[in-house]
Design a protein around this ligand. Sequence first.
Ligand code: SAM
Length: 259
Amino acid sequence: MNKLNKISKRYWNKQPCNIKHSKKKFLSKEYFNEISKKRYFVESHIKDFVQFSKWKNKKVLEIGFGIGTDAIEFLKNGAYYYGIELSDKSFDITKARINLFNYNNKSKLINDEAENLNKYFNSNSNLDLIYSFGVLHHSSSLKKCLKSIRSIMNKKTICKIMLYAKNSYKYFLMKDNLIRYEAQKGVPVIDFYNIDDLNQLFKKFKILEIKQDFIFPYKIKPYKRNKYYKIDHFKYMKKDIFNSLKKNLGEHLLITLKK
Ligand SMILES: C[S@@+](CC[C@H](N)C(=O)[O-])C[C@H]1O[C@@H](n2cnc3c(N)ncnc32)[C@H](O)[C@@H]1O
């Protein structure tokens, strides 16, 4: 593992993604259910992008599963689930979550970096979906990860990846230091991409679709207490204008690929 990924691992071990999204008893069913509820309320575009029910009885591999919210959604919808995750803390939480909801026999978790995917899978692994949401822009070697991903796909494998958009409302705020932290501060590695970058990065893949979505419209303090109050300019903005803003300046690039 290279030095940056070691630093990154330490970071994600200290603060697994979304771990503070519920105040219920840590690792209880209520705790995990509240985390899921918050995720799909605030980031409702995830369900449109992934279409969880489409993967019933299919083999799904997730890269960077964090605390396993999407993992549980795939399992609930009847997928055979494989996941790889760099942080051991996140790995342990997801393992506990999968045990708690009794999905052990339909899943396999790996505690390793995405760069090593081809140690565990190959193009004969018959994966129907390779999925990664908000992860690969945190890798210090995105190109190596993509090479690894491509090498384990077959002609039928669909790959769905979310990367951060450079041409986005969030990036412009960050660039001008007006940063609004709805996610963790101080992430060691983070990259943002524009469409030209994607065409270059994915030139060995067949790009089926690239969509842009998601602007976080809420006041941060109440949001942390699970109260959703929009900041004024979003509160008064017409829905169709906000939707168009998300499509053009959303912070998530939702990429669908084939080999
Ligand atoms: C922002 S969180 C997203 C987690 C989850 N996908 C979600 O949407 O909640 C990023 C996750 O990627 C993991 N990660 C970062 N670099 C990785 C790598 N090179 N290989 C595997 N996982 C990685 C981190 O440990 C962390 O759990």
